[in-house]
Design a protein around this ligand. Structure first.
Ligand SMILES: Cc1cc2nc3c(=O)[nH]c(=O)nc-3n(C[C@H](O)[C@H](O)[C@H](O)COP(=O)(O)O)c2cc1C
Ligand SMILES: [Fe+2]
Ligand SMILES: [Fe+2]
Length: 390
């Protein structure tokens, strides 16, 4: 089978971008990313989304090759974010006969991005509408705010393929294995879509009513087997449930004393029977990985040096990201360090109070420069509470 063949009639036309430094100008992608696009060949032909501007030439060549001299009848636009929509105007110009398929929110956005005349060549679809291509029939389902307002997914009824937009997407150009997918798809989902759990749950309910045999996302591998595994992960992530009974210790230390306390707390938790304890040095870990870890475990301890009357920036940034991504339903412990007026715990407490269903384990531990007998004892009490918590 051709490596580009999804099924006989559905061909992959996406491009890999292995050299990208930061996806969306903020997420490190050590193994790059793919911008997926698909072409369906039937009595009518349909191109499913375009790609990022970084892949224009390769994509156009690939689409032409797959079309093999045929016209493109439709361009389906699932999502207008430029990692997918960048080539809409270019494609429309090259294929003047192609009809652009989108929903009521897609077309105003196309006009925002491009100076483009779509007179007589746009098809506005709404929830449940179908578009016959011949043997294949596309059916459209709206997915508003997963994670942009105009997002929709397309279900192909004959081969039972869900074109899932960014949903079920992942970083990496070769993240086929389930474990690998779980890590990077989680980092992708939680950071990019995580805020919109309610909307994702709504989409999953729609998907539950469909017989899906294959998922074609806009990033990462096509999912052909064991779809229950992926659906279950999405259900967990979008309902903000933890994946593991364990504790993340997130620490932000300037000179190392808070970091040493974090390691001691980890040992205290292990001594109390915790088997999954992970210390994450926020100063040396990109925040997107730290956010993924925070959602993974059911409990967290946040340990930070005080800095100019507030938090050391790595911790401040981390908590800001957690709040933005709707971090919730967790127990957290607080450890602060300060040499003259420790304020980190107060600041962290206020930030956690802005999140839903966060239980703060007591006591908050105050270290004055370095752990001593008193702060060590307090940390033992915190370990007791965290180890009992859920
Ligand atoms: C630029 C800067 C600002 C600081 N601001 C405060 C502060 O406002 N209050 C305080 O108690 N300590 C402050 N500190 C001191 C550290 O919080 C303190 O030395 C702490 O023990 C550092 O822990 P660490 O060894 O984990 O870096 C500041 C340190 C630096 C470098
Ligand atoms: Fe997107
Ligand atoms: Fe995307």
């Amino acid at each position: 089978m051709d490596k580009y063949e999804v099924t006989e009639a559905v061909q992959y036309a996406g491009v890999a971008d292995p050299d990208l430094d930061l996806f969306e100008s903020q997420y490190p992608v050590p193994d790059g990313v793919t911008y997926n696009s698909y072409v369906i060949l039937d009595e009518k032909t349909a191109v499913m989304d375009t790609v990022d501007a970084r892949g224009t030439d390769q994509w156009l060549a690939r689409v032409e090759k797959v079309l093999g001299g045929r016209k493109a009848d439709y361009l389906v636009v699932s999502h207008m974010e430029p990692d997918h929509g960048a080539n809409i105007a270019r494609f429309a110009k090259l294929h003047p006969e192609a009809v652009i398929v989108g929903n009521a929110k897609t077309f105003p956005m196309i006009r925002q991005f491009f100076d483009m005349d779509m007179e007589g060549r746009s098809l506005v679809v709404k929830e449940g509408d179908t578009l016959p291509l011949g043997r294949h029939t596309l059916q459209f389902f709206m997915a508003p705010m997963v994670h942009w307002p105009e997002v929709m997914v397309t279900y192909e009824q004959t081969e039972k393929i869900l074109f899932s937009a960014d949903g079920f997407g992942t970083f990496g150009t070769d993240s086929g294995l389930e474990e690998q997918w779980s890590e990077e798809a989680a980092r992708y989902y939680l950071n990019i879509v995580g805020k919109y759990g309610i909307q994702v749950q709504a989409l999953l309910k729609k998907a539950a009513g469909l017989d899906i045999r294959m998922i074609c996302p806009l990033h990462g591998p096509v999912l052909k087997e064991n779809l229950g595994f992926y659906l279950e992960k999405y259900n967990k992530w979008s309902s903000y449930e933890a994946e593991a009974h364990g504790v993340m210790i997130a620490c932000a230390s300037i000179h190392g004393n808070t970091a040493r306390a974090a390691e001691e707390l980890a040992q205290m938790l292990k001594d109390r029977g915790e088997t999954q304890v992970e210390v994450v040095d926020l100063t040396r870990t990109d925040v997107s990985y730290a956010v993924r870890k925070a959602f993974y475990y059911d409990r967290m301890a946040a340990a930070s040096a005080t800095y100019d009357g507030g938090l050391f920036p790595a911790m401040e940034s981390f908590l800001h990201h957690l709040r933005a991504k709707n971090y919730q339903k967790r127990t957290v412990g607080l450890v602060e360090n300060g040499s003259w007026a420790p304020l980190a715990a107060k600041t962290m407490r206020t930030m956690f109070e802005g999140m839903k269903q966060i239980k703060v384990a007591e006591p908050a531990v105050t270290i004055r420069s370095a752990l001593d007998a008193g702060s060590r004892e307090a940390m033992g009490q915190l370990a007791d509470q965290l180890a009992q918590g859920e």
